[in-house]
Design a protein. Structure first.
Length: 256
């Protein structure tokens, strides 16, 4: 079986006898049944797309042949950014290909040198507009077929639902964090507000314990003070919990 996918404009000849004027029939059958969108672009025009690619965008495969790639971009701004990057890559690779001593050229900037050595394959996300006007998010992977970066093959996968779910999870996480912080702030504020009058109550009970009181009254004062101490311990624990929740807990190491 022919393992390649070839066109009449390809600079390489198909090594098998099953060639067709555009793409080998065997390759077409295989690629058209793929579950991922596949395509081939030259000079920002579609040379070939498989059935899955066309269906993702609401077209028939033959309707996209020869069409400019800007047809699918969700906005002119998105297309301009992609075109600018493509033009820069073409210029840099063409310059590098024509000058084998490019690295030794003292006038070459570090950025252009980095672009010249950049991988021929890249992965990115792009927003395409379907035929019905709906905007979808796709994860794309492209690979240039030569150093001029004029011709490339690429795959796309619709990740709109995945990105929407990710956004929902991120928002749910933010909401949960905000709720946790609000709870911690509430506990901290309430604990301070309750502890302040409690200290006044405990101070008053201590003053009463120093007075000459009947035995029964002294016992009641003692019970009230001990109960206040228990309540104060609970409030301190609540304050410690609120500090831990916001990452402000300070440990005081002591020997056993």
């Amino acid at each position: 079986m022919c393992a390649g996918w070839w066109t009449a404009s390809s600079s390489r000849a198909c090594p098998t006898s099953c060639c067709r004027p555009r793409i080998c029939l065997c390759s077409t059958l295989v690629l058209d049944t793929a579950w991922v969108g596949l395509g081939r672009v030259q000079d920002n025009r579609f040379l070939w797309v498989n059935r899955e690619f066309a269906q993702m965008l609401g077209y028939e495969a033959h309707e996209l042949l020869g069409q400019p790639t800007r047809l699918l971009y969700a906005s002119e701004h998105a297309h301009a950014q992609a075109r600018q990057q493509s033009d820069l890559t073409q210029t840099t690779r063409a310059r590098y290909a024509s000058d084998h001593n490019y690295e030794q050229n003292s006038r070459a900037s570090a950025m252009l040198t980095q672009l010249a050595h950049a991988p021929l394959e890249s992965e990115f996300e792009v927003q395409y507009r379907r035929r019905d006007g709906q905007t979808r998010v796709f994860q794309a992977r492209s690979r240039y077929l030569d150093t001029s970066a004029r011709e490339s093959i690429f795959t796309i996968r619709d990740v709109t639902q995945e990105r929407a779910q990710t956004a929902q999870l991120q928002q749910a996480l933010k909401d949960a964090q905000a709720a946790s912080e609000a709870k911690s702030n509430f506990l901290s504020t309430m604990s301070h507000e309750v502890r302040t009058p409690l200290n006044g109550v405990m101070g008053s009970l201590q003053m009463l314990a120093l007075m000459r009181l009947p035995e029964r009254a002294s016992k009641l004062v003692k019970v009230g003070y001990e109960t206040s101490q228990l309540l104060l311990a609970v409030l301190n624990d609540v304050l410690d919990y609120s500090r831990m929740a916001v990452g402000k807990m300070v440990l005081d190491p002591r020997p056993h």
